[in-house]
Design a protein around this ligand. Structure first.
Ligand code: ARG
Length: 385
């Protein structure tokens, strides 16, 4: 009786969604009946554009890990359920990048492709984020380079015929698969990725580190669930909070691990923890990120402002009598967390709300054998020009 479960999920969603959209009870009941009939006939149902758009916003609002949820209702939802081929999907993804970037005034956008149950086959975007840097583990001859979090996906791309420069900031291509068809590879035109070079407000030599980052984080590997329907391809973005880049992407030892280089540039004593060289390097890195994005005219938020906005979001939700789901250790920022109001919030708990964004099985899990085990046929005919 799987239909029963889907029916229940659909009904719960329609009630909540329609209440928030201030629809009448009659309209709501009629819609639920129509959905029930559709499920009985087709085993699934199709959201209206309005349901899709509002459901996507609710999924953002419900995400326990996101500090930026005050802006949930501003999400622009692009209905790309009509995309059938990998080429059409890639075109929509390129469109998403441009629309989200918006010359630096970043707009929160989600592009939703048809659901996993669609007879045309499940759409998967293999990238973790639409724009992301390649990672190369290095060997006896070459030192490691790039973003370690991309090592596995980079090797998949290389096996699909993509070639990177082997540098620290190679933008990975988009990889899209539909159903059982082989994946297709689409390089992203350089003009779509307006990277920000990192400079520091006072330290001129900071530029010598040659650090840069892309403007928009567009998470593309999560599953969007609305009323029991699972959208396996629904990339979404907000704008960056500076600590994501400064503290984590560049600071983490398992990522770019640049604190030692920054500390050396600052002339700090790395022979002892008590010089607090890591903390000082982190601080200057984060200042450089904020300064550079501002100077480039690209939207970014600092962690103090973001934390204040999160508190406003909590207040707003309380007024609307909705519970906020929150994961404390994700919400506290990775720099000076105790200086933000979230630190002292002991009420945060993760609730399992729907609509939601969840992790799903890696799209390339079955694709990690030895290079020579891949057959010629495993390459997309589409991009062979
Ligand atoms: N933390 C991830 C990164 O550094 C991005 C996650 C989404 N972030 C956001 N501000 N919407 O790339």
């Amino acid at each position: 009786m799987q239909h029963k479960r889907l029916e229940d999920q659909a009904e719960t969603f329609i009630w909540q969604c329609y209440a928030e959209l201030q629809k009448t009870e009659e309209e709501t009941v009629a819609r639920i009946q129509a959905v029930r009939r559709e499920i009985a006939e087709t085993s699934t149902y199709r959201h209206t554009g309005e349901e899709l758009a509002h459901g996507a916003k609710m999924a953002w609002r419900n995400n326990a890990r996101c500090i930026g949820r005050l802006f949930w209702h501003t999400l622009e939802v692009v209905d790309a359920r009509g995309a059938r081929t990998a080429g059409e999907v890639a075109e929509a993804l390129m469109g998403h990048i441009g629309r989200a970037y918006n010359n630096g005034r970043i707009r929160p956008v989600m592009t939703v492709f048809h659901s996993g149950e669609d007879p045309d086959g499940m759409i998967r975007i293999w990238n973790h984020q639409l724009i992301r840097y390649a990672g190369y583990p290095g060997d006896g001859v070459h030192r490691r380079s790039g973003d370690p979090s991309s090592d596995a996906f980079t090797s998949v791309c290389r096996r699909l015929g993509w070639q990177g420069s082997g540098g620290d900031f190679d933008v990975l291509p988009l990889v899209v698969s539909i159903g059982d068809e082989p994946p297709c590879v689409f390089p992203i035109p350089e003009t779509l990725v307006q990277e920000v070079q990192l400079t520091h407000p006072e330290i001129e030599r900071f530029a010598d580190l040659q650090l840069r980052w892309y403007p928009v984080p567009i998470v593309s590997d999560m599953l969007l669930e609305i009323g029991g329907v699972e959208y396996t391809a629904a990339p979404f973005n907000g704008w960056y909070m500076e600590t994501e880049i400064g503290s984590r992407n560049f600071g983490d030892t398992g990522r770019y691990n640049r604190l030692p280089a920054v500390a050396d540039l600052l002339g700090l004593d790395r022979s002892t923890n008590t010089s607090l060289w890591k903390d000082r390097a982190l601080l200057e890195l984060n200042r450089a990120v904020l300064h550079s994005y501002k100077r480039a005219g690209v939207s970014i938020v600092d962690h103090h402002t973001a934390a204040d906005q999160f508190v406003r979001f909590q207040e707003q939700e309380k007024q609307r009598e909705r519970e906020v789901s929150g994961k404390w250790h994700w919400l506290i920022p990775p720099m000076s967390p105790s200086s933000t109001p979230i630190w002292e919030d002991h009420t945060l708990k993760e609730l399992h709300l729907s609509p939601r964004l969840i992790y799903q099985k890696s799209a390339y899990a079955a694709f990690t054998g030895e290079p020579d085990s891949i057959q010629e046929a495993q390459v997309c005919p589409f991009h062979h020009k």
